[in-house]
Each structure stands twice: as structure tokens, then as C-alpha cells.
Design a protein around this ligand. Sequence first.
Ligand code: AAL
Length: 431
Amino acid sequence: MYLKHISLIFIGILLFNCETKTGKKNETKKDSILVSKRFPFKLPEQKPNIPLSKALERNYEAYLGPTPQKNELYSQFKYTKLKGFDYNNHDGTISRRDPSKVIYHNGKYYVWYTYRNTKTPPIGTKNADKATDEIPSSDWDLAEIWYATSKDGFTWKEQGVAISRPPKPNVGWRSVTTTDILEWKGKYYLYYQGFMEVSGKRGDDCPVAVSYANSPDGPWTPYNKIVIPNGGEGEWDQFSIHDPYPLVYKGKIYLYYKSDFNGQPNLIRMQGLAIADNPLGPFKKHPLNPIMNSGHETTMFPFKNGIAALVIRDGNEHNTVQFSEDGINFEIASITNLMPNAAGPFIPDAFTNTNDGRGISWGISHFTNATNWSQNHAVLARFDCDLSQDINDPSMKKNHTYYKPEHYYKHGLNKIQKERVLAETNALKTK
Ligand code: AAL
């Protein structure tokens, strides 16, 4: 009997030890091995060698760091109103939008952009048939390419027109818009959308043209040929080649662009790539186009050995920063919000054919419909971020952005939604 009591006490001690060691009731030896394989309290910097869920596998495989704070391609975005641009009291007659990348030359920053100055605000692409030589359909109809310079990136001095509309039938006679800059072997090239009909007549249809100069101050000579043509009939980019965006990568000109396709009312926007050895072409469209399944205006930058992209507004993967090691196959590198629209970053190594892209920390973007649709116009703004290997700004790496309730209430239910919600409640009453 005595022996039985002693052995029961001994087993109790054993179990107690086992319990205290694992901290859990009735854990077996096998469970206790699992316990040492349980995910630890301190987040491992590297992927731990233990069984992981898909989400945790992805957390270590898909991103450059296990948290946004450790992810070089995650950032918040901060915005600053620019000084130096007049908008006629925002009455809709003057618009500035779709800025180029920013370059630095002779002690000044340069930016080029779509400039519209018309007697009336745009009447809307749905009213394209009522547009005239003086009345614009869209905010970018009857536009020119203007430019401005700045000593600090905040206060700008508008320099005036860089590319004016050429006479009919030259490419861009209706409107020249949405430009971007390339510096190549000491010369400068401005690529831009060249409209040869009113935007909205069929759609927002245009090819891409180019002008060149020996100085960023011009004078600019139009190539007067289509340099990125629309795709063939039935191809995704058959109607619009938007947002031309050249970088120098792997010794060639990688020109990214957007196309609106699928047709109204379910317009889809994706992005393509055309590559050339010469700024005036021929550009060869990549066989894997579209190379980006989401996005709107194009914003790419060299990053480490590849190309990174700000992917905004449209598609399953909008509101992401993406990365590709070959400039073609992009994958999500981070998810963020309040991203800059039509961002034109300052990219010191945009044209240096680098294989260690340093990234970006600021640029110029735009806000469209800056006041209301009856005075529809866009304004330029500065954005700042930390997507750079050369800065470490923890306040750009926070993942919370706080808005006041009124900000949310502005995005309220529409009439149809309110009716649906009320009907759901009424349906409950009749049950
Ligand atoms: C912009 C750009 C292109 C489109 C229009 C003006 O955001 O995508 O330039 O054509 O909208």
C-alpha cells in the first residue's frame, strides 16, 4: 500500500514537471517537441525552420522584410502643396497634370507636364461630339507640354511651353499630353501621347510621339512620326498607348506604358513594355505584354538589380509597390495606401544603366478633379516617401494612417445602396 502511494506521488511529480515544462495541461512528450517548434514570441528576422502556414511562408518569401518597417519597398506617402503655379482661381480653365520624372541639371530640378489653358473647363468625354477647337472634351484635350524648374522641389518657376501642338495632320495636332523624359548619350527626349482626334470620340485613343533636344530647356524638335504605335486590330493595346515612361536598363531603353482596353463600361487598365536600342526606335513590344496586371499611370524606378513600380488605382493589385528582377515579371513587394497618382519621381539613376538602383524618396504627382466636375482641372503636388536604399526614415514606414470621421463620412452610401440597405431591414420585419 505504502509503495502504491509513493509511486502515485512520483507519477504526479513527473506529470507536474511535464506540465510546468510545457506550460500546458496533459502535454505528451511528442507535444512537448511540437512546443519547441511553436512560433516564438519574438518575431524571427529570417524564416524559421519550423512548419509554417501559407501566410507565414508568404510573409518571409514575398516581402523584403517580415514587417513593413523592415521592408525597403514599403512606404507611406506625404504630400506638399507646390508654390509657383497659378490656376485662375481653380475655375477649370487651367490644368496641370501627368508630370514627367524629375531630373536635376545645372543646379535646378526640371519637370514637364500636361498644360491645358482653355476658355472653358472640359465638357466631358461623353460630350466629345460637342467639343470644338476651343472647347475641350477631357481635362487633357487641347493641351500642350509645358515645363517648370525649381531650386528645392517645393517652389517652382514655370518656364512655358516645351512641346506645342503641331499642325494637322501631324501626330498630336489635337493634343500633346502625358509626357516623360529620357536622357540618352547627352541628348534629351520627351515622349508623349499624340492625340489626332478628340479624346472620348471613340475612347481615349492615341499613339505615342517623341521630340528631342540638346538641352532640357529645348528647343525641342518633333520626330513627327509615331514612335510607339497602337497594337493591331483585336490586340489589347489597339486603341490607346498611354503614359510613356522610359528608363535605361540592361543597356537599352525600357519604355513602360499603359493601355485602356476591354471597352466601356468595363474599362480595364494594364501596363506594357516596349524596348529599343535607339530613342527614336524601333521599339519592340514585349511578347508577354501586358506585363503588369494592375495600375494606372506608369511609375517605375531602378531598384537593386531590378525594376520597382508604384501600382495604383486599377486592377486586383492596385495600392501595391511591385518589384521585378528582370523588368518584366513583377511581383507584389508591399501593400500601402494614399499612393501618388501619375507620380513622376526624382530618380538620379533613371538613365545610368545601373544594376544597383538606389530607389526614390520624392517626386511630383497630381490630384485630378481638384475642386468639382463643373470646374474640372488637375493640380500638381509634391510627394515624399522612403523607397530608397540611402535613407532610413522610420516615420515613413508606419502602417497606420489616421483620418477624421468626416473623411470617412465623405465616402458614404449612394441612393441605390441606401435603398438596398433599407429593403434588407424591411425584409426582416416581414419574417
Ligand atoms: C491620365 C493618363 C493618360 C490618360 C489621361 C491623360 O491619368 O493615364 O493621360 O490619357 O489620364
